[in-house]
Design a protein around this ligand. Structure first.
Ligand code: 0O2
Length: 277
């Protein structure tokens, strides 16, 4: 069978298309690699700038002393980050176990943060302490802070109990702003605990502030926090009273959601019982 001109033409077009595709893909991969490299460079530069900012910021204000074995901001972040990670892991384990036993997650989400050096220095000054590493470790309870957001008010106390029962966690203080809300309307359950951080040559019992609140309480608190900062703690009276009103609505919402959930659980339990019969 002879090979026609059309056959050769078709093969050539196919070859041309394949070659084009190959060149295009190679180019695309090169551009993509360059973009990835650029992104990595930018991230590294950002991280470097952030570290520099922290070192300079702390170097300026926080004088190091060798009081408590923690003598630099880098060591502070290392130890407090480790403490945060431990509490976070503990919470995740408790949440998973709760899901396994009760088929539901009491924890909606968890936020963790290390207080900024600026904020630490401000708090030290506000409380009349010199800005030293020793003072921050001694007097600032929320260098490491973790916020546990739950669905229902009843979950808050359940989680607080589970935390207190952990053998390596020591509860230093508790502030129950749910039973006793602040005049502003602020509601949340605060615990200051210590957790041991095991280093190569010593163990450091490290303070962590745990705030436990519902989604609704968290929504209110973050808005109020923004307003507080916007007006530098001196918001107009009508805004403050509006916030107090909103806090009451939040409490009402939490109570109604809790009772609704209890009703739903009772109905499903009843149905399961009937199915078993
Ligand atoms: P930021 O910017 O959130 O870090 P202590 O920490 O125990 O030595 P303090 O600060 O009086 O002393 O303790 P408290 O009352 O338990 O408050 C600690 C944190 O709870 C605050 O941290 C806030 O995050 C939060 N908080 C307390 N009261 C209010 C409030 O009225 N509204 C809102 N939105 N949040 C509140 P910081 O360091 O004050 O601030």
């Amino acid at each position: 069978m002879g090979v026609g001109v059309n056959f050769v033409k078709k093969r050539l077009i196919l070859f041309e298309n394949t070659a084009f595709l190959l060149v295009y893909m190679l180019k695309y991969t090169r551009v993509e690699n360059q973009a990835t490299l650029k992104r990595a460079e930018n991230q590294a530069a950002h991280k470097h700038a952030e570290n520099k900012r922290l070192d300079e910021g702390v170097g300026m204000e926080l004088k190091a002393d060798n009081g408590d074995g923690i003598d630099s901001w880098k060591e502070v972040t290392l130890i407090y980050s480790a403490a945060l990670r431990q509490i976070e892991t503990k919470m995740e384990i408790l949440n998973d176990e709760f899901q396994h036993v009760h088929q539901y997650n009491p924890i909606e989400h968890i936020k963790a943060r290390i207080k900024t050096p600026e904020s630490i220095v401000k708090k030290l000054k506000r409380n009349g302490y010199e800005s030293t590493i020793e003072n921050m470790v001694k007097y600032i309870n929320d260098i490491a802070g973790i916020r546990i957001i739950c669905s229902f008010t009843s979950d808050i106390y359940r989680i607080a109990d589970m935390i207190s029962e952990q053998r390596d966690i020591k509860v230093i203080a508790v502030k129950d702003y749910i039973t006793f809300p602040k005049a502003s309307g602020y509601k949340s359950y605060h615990m200051i605990v210590t957790v041991p951080v095991y280093l190569s040559d010593r163990t450091v019992d490290t303070k962590v502030e745990i705030q436990i609140r519902t989604v609704a309480m968290d929504f209110w608190a973050s808005l109020e926090h923004k307003i507080h900062y916007k007006f530098e703690g001196d918001a107009p009276e009508h805004i403050k009273s509006e916030l107090v009103e909103c806090a009451k609505m939040v409490s009402d919402l939490d109570a109604r959601m809790l009772s609704l959930n209890e009703e739903i659980l009772a109905i499903s339990r009843e149905r399961e019982k009937n199915e078993d019969i």
